[in-house]
Design a protein around this ligand. Structure first.
Ligand SMILES: Nc1nc2c(ncn2[C@@H]2O[C@H](COP(=O)(O)OP(=O)(O)OP(=O)(O)O)[C@@H](O)[C@H]2O)c(=O)[nH]1
Ligand SMILES: [Mg+2]
Length: 369
């Protein structure tokens, strides 16, 4: 069956690398992930917005998954339906506790999430896991790897796991993660765990969409305290040293002491909260309940001191302005007059006829016309 591609009217910034360029009349760019998905998925009956809404509210995981795909779609028609659906679910959103989990590749994020997720579902919570995988557009292996690594959690009826392509956003945070969180909340998930690989930019992005940010490290990373890690620690509400088992235990304790000391000199990520360092073994399910207790302590503090509400509002404001930037970016780079003018103006800059600032102004003036 031929996949039926629609013309994507709206292309996100930084789209270049992740987008397979498929040249055919009327079609500009189709995300590589969507190509593969469309080729694998048999055609299904379209659902009405009401059917989506009803399915989500009833906690139907298949419909929730399809709603997320709708929201992730780049087609203009889907964008309108997705917005309609999001507007309808808004009254049922916002009630979850959102937790970001970041760390270097292989630190054990997925294993930790599986361990914490199973612990939470056993306590009776409904847990959604959004695993953002920056490599999924290059190879499918990693997404599958994550799925198999969460093989116990995936069987829990109270759990929903969604690996998402990073969709071109820098550092592996999916462009539609915020909307996905809202859909999961409307489906009754009380705890949302967002996994992201720490590659610099992504932690900052995840921090701007979660209530609690957890940094997962591994023992023997003492010298990593230098440089970039310090910046990341500034946004962490807790640091967890994972793989504190077997021969690793002495190294893990050393790392705990080093991180604890480093945190003393760092401005806390959340006002009134002192971030601390915990040991755990995700593989052996050790230290998980203590970390959950810490998260609960945090939750009750920020709800009491009003910081929870304040941060959520700030995050919404940031979201709006990020969308404005994306919208303007697209308006600019999809304007045919501008696209035609760019090479000539670039040449003028190369040959010192015009300054880069004036070149940019001249192009932007074309948009303002
Ligand atoms: N000994 C030990 N190994 C662990 C622990 N947690 C994870 N691992 C192992 O570390 C490896 C990587 O684990 P993952 O959970 O896939 O790590 P990740 O951070 O999600 O990796 P990416 O998503 O690829 O960045 C696997 O082989 C796990 O079995 C732990 O607590 N102890
Ligand atoms: Mg992982």
């Amino acid at each position: 069956m031929q996949p039926n591609f629609e013309k994507p009217e709206w292309v996100p910034p930084n789209a270049g690398m992740e987008y397979a360029t498929i040249i055919r009349p009327g079609v500009e760019l189709v995300p590589a992930d969507h190509v593969a998905a469309a080729q694998q998925t048999p055609q299904r009956r379209n659902l009405s917005i009401q059917e989506y809404l009803q399915g989500i509210r009833q906690g139907d995981r298949t419909i929730l998954g399809r709603a997320i795909s709708l929201v992730e779609s780049n087609s203009l028609r889907h964008l309108e339906s997705a917005q309609e659906l999001l507007t309808l679910i808004l009254p049922f959103t916002g009630h979850s506790f959102r937790i970001g989990i970041s760390g270097a590749p292989g630190a054990g994020k997925s294993t930790f999430i599986e361990s914490l997720g199973c612990y939470l579902t056993q306590l009776g919570h409904k847990v959604a896991v959004l695993a953002v995988d920056p490599s999924s557009s290059i190879s499918k292996g990693s997404v599958l790897g994550d799925k198999t690594r969460m093989e116990k959690l995936v069987q829990e009826p109270n759990c929903f796991i969604r690996p998402s392509p990073s969709g071109g956003a820098l550092g592996g945070v999916a462009r539609k993660t915020r909307e996905t969180v809202l859909l999961c909340e409307a489906a009754g998930y009380e705890i949302i765990l967002i996994e992201t690989v720490g590659v610099g930019q992504s932690e900052i992005q995840v921090r701007s969409m979660v209530d609690f940010f957890l940094l997962l490290n591994i023992p023997g990373a003492g010298d990593e305290l230098q440089g970039i890690k310090k910046g990341i620690m500034e946004i962490a509400d807790a640091v967890v040293i994972n793989k504190a088992d077997g021969d690793n235990i002495p190294k893990a304790k050393l790392a705990q002491a080093e991180y604890t000391q480093a945190l003393q000199y760092i401005q806390p990520a959340t006002m009134g909260w002192k971030s601390s360092v915990h040991l755990c073994s995700s593989l052996l399910n050790q230290g998980i309940s203590e970390i959950w207790q810490e998260i609960l302590k945090f939750q009750s503090l920020v709800q009491q001191n009003g910081f929870f509400e304040k941060r959520r509002k700030e995050q919404l404001r940031e979201w709006i302005h990020q969308l404005i930037q994306e919208y303007l970016y697209n308006l600019f780079y999809q304007n045919s007059e501008i696209l035609q003018a760019i090479p000539g103006i670039e040449q003028d800059v190369f040959e010192n006829r015009i300054s880069p600032t004036n070149a940019a102004r001249k192009l932007i003036q074309l948009l303002q016309k």
